[in-house]
Design a protein around this ligand. Structure first.
Ligand SMILES: C[S@@+](CC[C@H](N)C(=O)[O-])C[C@H]1O[C@@H](n2cnc3c(N)ncnc32)[C@H](O)[C@@H]1O
Length: 283
């Protein structure tokens, strides 16, 4: 049996030494996972001066080792939080990011009651599942190219029992049955310029390549192909909102304008960085 606080402190120091940005939070979340406790139960145990059972300590040590080797926290816990949802994630699927949560607010603001919303390049399906949970009146559809990611998406949909159509295939040919009928298209496509390798090992070594790279040196080949399909899916006056890299805040809206979109603009994330291109199909 070992004293809880000193174990947590040692784990946080180890993670900090490995360059983890949030070592204390990660140390606590891994211990919650290893011990099967909630955050509140863990805080209470620490306050009471509880000790850690040996078998939990062994399990915890192995998890901290893996995290120190920069395996993503979400792959170790198997969970990612997105808006009000807890999603299952792991190898083979892009881990949903907190900054993407904003695209749901932007999309819902443009979705009429009872409307149709499509998410292109859905990954683990954070966007369509959050949309459906928050706006059950909407008809929600999503597509994902990778078979592995699609399996995570479908499993998340089934476990959360949300009525969302999710299909496995290329966004460039998505939903021929919905052409001209969609009110809002959302997308967080792969957009990293080819040759620009992410610095964080969690991203570089663990997010699938198909989820990262946009297929050209400016990273916009796949996003623009996806936008072309969104154009065909949207009803006249319908809205596209697409996440992009902060370096693409001028280039993506500019390219959309040249392709016939109107009211093209860019929206910043909560830290003020340009991250979401918005455009309307002409009425
Ligand atoms: C940046 S990830 C985003 C995933 C999810 N939307 C999210 O925000 O967590 C991009 C996703 O697009 C998928 N993808 C890549 N090319 C695609 C294509 N042509 N059609 C459909 N999905 C594609 C990848 O497999 C990956 O799951």
């Amino acid at each position: 049996m070992s004293e809880l606080r000193s174990i947590l402190r040692a784990a946080a120091e180890r993670l900090a030494g490995s360059g983890i940005a949030s070592p204390s939070a990660d140390a606590c979340l891994l211990l919650e996972h290893a011990w099967g406790k909630t955050g509140e139960q863990l805080r209470r145990a620490a306050l009471m001066g509880d000790v850690l059972p040996d078998e939990v300590a062994t399990r915890y040590e192995a998890l901290v080792d893996e995290r120190a080797a920069r395996v993503p926290l979400q792959h170790l816990t198997g969970r990612a939080h997105f808006r009000h949802l807890e999603l299952r994630v792991g190898p083979g699927v892009f881990v949903p990011r907190p900054e993407t949560e904003l695209i749901v607010d932007l999309g819902l603001a443009h979705a009429p009651h009872g409307g149709v919303l499509v998410d292109l390049c859905t990954g683990a399906a954070p966007i369509p599942l959050a949309v459906k949970q928050e706006r059950p009146d909407l008809s929600v559809h999503a597509i994902e190219l990778s078979e592995h990611a699609y399996a995570w998406a479908a499993a998340n949909r089934d476990r959360l029992a949300l009525d969302v159509e999710i299909v496995n295939g290329p966004a460039q040919h998505a939903f021929p049955d919905l052409l001209g009928q969609v009110d809002v298209v959302l997308s967080n496509p792969p957009y990293i310029p080819v040759g620009m390798v992410p610095i964080d090992p969690e991203v570089r070594d663990h997010d699938p390549e198909i989820a990262l790279y946009g297929g050209s040196h400016d990273g916009l080949r796949i996003p623009l192909e996806v936008a072309d399909r969104a154009f065909d899916l949207l009803r006249p006056g319908g809205v596209l909102i697409m996440e992009h890299a902060e370096t693409q805040g001028d280039s993506l809206p500019g390219a959309l304008s040249r392709r016939g979109w109107v009211e093209t603009r860019d929206e910043a994330d909560l830290t003020g960085r340009p991250r979401f291109a918005m455009a309307r199909r002409p009425a």
